[in-house]
Write a protein that binds this ligand. Sequence first.
Ligand code: FES
Ligand code: FE
Length: 435
Amino acid sequence: QTIQEIKEKMEQGLLPQWILTDPSIYEREQEKIFARTWQFLAHDSELPEPGSYVTRWIVDDPILVVRTNDGEIKAFLNSCPHRGTMLCTADFGKKKSFLCPYHGWSFNLNGDLIGVVAGDKVYGEEMKKDDWGLRPIAQVAAYQGMIFATLDPDASSLEEYLGGMKWYLDILLGRSGGMEVRGLPQRWVVNTNWKLVLENFSGDPYHVQSTHRSTVELGISPKDPLYAGYGHQVVLENGHGINVITAQGQGRPERPPYQGLPEEMWPLFESNLSKEQLRVFAKTTVFVGSIYPTLSFNSPVHGSEGHLHNYLNFRVWRPLGPDKIEIWSWFMIDKAAPDDYKEDAYKGYISSFGPSGTLEQDDTEIWTRVAQTSKGYMARNKVLSYNNLLNYLMGFERVLPDENFPGPGIAYPTCYLDAIHRATHEHWLELISRD
Ligand code: FES
Ligand code: FE
């Protein structure tokens, strides 16, 4: 009944506010969404050699990601199959084998149990070591160096899941022959809900002119309140979406092509991308979007004319509860970029995003308050009258797709639009309604 009511409201461009932080909805999401979709674990460059490993999370499941001696990437539950303690407690490193701190069982890079302390004496010669290896994650796959996993053995392939998003990931990650992660992902906890932050990155360039008003006041962003809206908002399958922002409104000087990346890199773009991809890339200032459900990205341009730099920020919104997330944020840059360019781009990232970033703090404050205001009696009142409904009506049944946009997906000729939000929440409803 409730699902049917939510559906009816969503078809009218409205979202019941209580669904953001409702504990029973969260329980459903864990089973129906997080356990059955593809989740980002690591970038290839974080595991440079055989024996390299990182420890990550898929919501509440600890995951050990390892590069084997054959160069393959494997992922296991980071929990010893003897009594379940966490096997590896470091964030990253390089090892030949993993030794459990509890009773000293050890495992090789393929997850096989290779050592049991006093094994033949306490378990007998007949102990079947083959049965007690690390528990593998159901499916692991990579696209453009991005390593994903799903806990669902029956989930469709990663490539099928990403669908049209691959075309845009080729631009973001494959344009110059590969990206590299700098340092470790930054991590911090924010009291908000994952759906809310996901939608902010998926399709909310509209908030920039207001939430990040200080950048306009400092002269970093243009005064035109529509500036973050120029470009295309693209709705993709499976809840994914991207905004291809040109920021090229009236009176704005023409920006250099390819997000201001150094001219010596342009031939690489031309050899790695199709004509259509180059056309979109050349005109774009910012790419911002999400791969459903918990991975978002932002590829902005910082600096002043003549000294612009671009980077790629990927972030996982790891749910910790209905009103708590742990943000994991990776700084990535083209391997082929000059060293001083990488350094400047990194400074641009650190001062804008991550725990020390000014823009990040603007957003965090707002996100926390939406979660706070979604838990009260009025917002939780499931009568579904207007006192608990939020407005997702921007461009509703009014803005039509631009058939001439060269990339995949349904592309609308503005980024000030709730099209991705509506599609994402509809996808959410479909997932939590399934058996
Ligand atoms: Fe790992 Fe006992 S829990 S060896
Ligand atoms: Fe923001």
